[in-house]
Design a protein around this ligand. Structure first.
Ligand code: NAP
Length: 247
């Protein structure tokens, strides 16, 4: 039997990049997928790929930073699928600027999506997962939350917060067999890194022992491991997927 057969996974930010790769990876292993992003029509390609693998899927437009919208989405997902076994908090944004130039809006928007969004979805699934006495939450952090980066104090703080949230919720939910882990990717080939100048990219490659940027699929493999039964004795862990850049 496939590892996620009969299980439902909810993935945020699933329209593209890492979120899409995670959704497809879990579907390949049997999961049904609740796909969330800012607009439902952006999710059509991901949904089509999931359906092509014979899995059930629905799409939801939800801004992860909005408390009411998140609570309502989780309720609808539970009505549609009956349960949520895996939550992947993946939606994330950057608004890079040096500290002296960073606006309140730059700070607030990044914290709202990356950290508050992760909190809101985790809170919304906690009760049903505890009730069913099983569940796995995987939060997408970043190595920047571990090592910092000039121009990204808002992003670094949000991702460090995600890791702290991961550990605290792991301790809270463990007695009900709900595991909470994080993946901290390094530099991954997505739209987020497409915008980097060539010289920045060269510098980055020189700092990566495996000498390549990661792929969304590299991250998806780590998420599938932490979400599945192979990791049934792993909770509160932050798994870096960075080609050795952070060890
Ligand atoms: P991406 O290609 O920009 O995809 C992120 C998705 O999340 C997009 O579809 C985006 O929609 C959506 N999103 C943004 N704000 C949202 C909101 N408020 N509510 C719901 N969905 C929202 O990014 P990615 O590179 O795959 O990154 C995914 C995650 O990995 C993020 O948490 C990121 O911080 C983390 N990460 C990425 C890297 C990397 O190198 N790429 C490294 C470390 C960590 P829009 O298209 O409207 O923005």
């Amino acid at each position: 039997m496939a590892a996620f057969e009969g299980r439902t996974a909810l993935v945020t930010g699933a329209a593209r990049g890492i979120g899409r790769a995670v959704a497809e990876r879990l579907a390949r292993d049997g999961a049904d997928l609740a796909l969330c992003d800012l607009q439902a029509d952006w999710l059509e390609d991901t949904a089509a790929a999931v359906r092509a693998m014979g899995r059930k899927t629905e799409t939801w437009a939800v801004d992860v930073s909005r408390s009411d919208a998140v609570a309502e989405t989780v309720e609808r997902v539970l009505e549609t699928f009956g349960r949520i076994d895996v939550l992947v908090n993946n939606a994330g944004i950057t608004r890079d600027k040096l500290l002296a130039r960073m606006t309140d809006e730059d700070w607030d928007s990044v914290l709202a999506v990356n950290l508050r969004g992760t909190f809101l979805f985790s809170r919304a699934v906690a009760r049903p997962m505890m009730k069913q006495r099983s569940g796995a939450i995987v939060n997408i952090a970043s190595i920047i939350g571990l090592i910092g980066n000039p121009g990204q104090c808002n992003y670094a703080a949000s991702k460090a917060g995600v890791m702290a949230l991961t550990k605290s919720t792991a301790k809270e939910l463990a007695s009900r067999n709900v595991r909470v882990n994080a993946v901290a990717p390094g530099f991954i080939e997505t739209r987020m890194t497409d915008v980097l100048a060539e010289d920045v990219r060269e510098k980055m490659l020189a700092a990566i022992p495996l000498r390549r940027l990661g792929t969304p699929e590299d991250v998806a493999e780590a998420v599938a491991f932490l979400a599945g039964d192979a990791a049934s004795y792993v909770t509160g862990h932050v798994l870096t997927v960075s080609g050795g850049m952070v060890m």
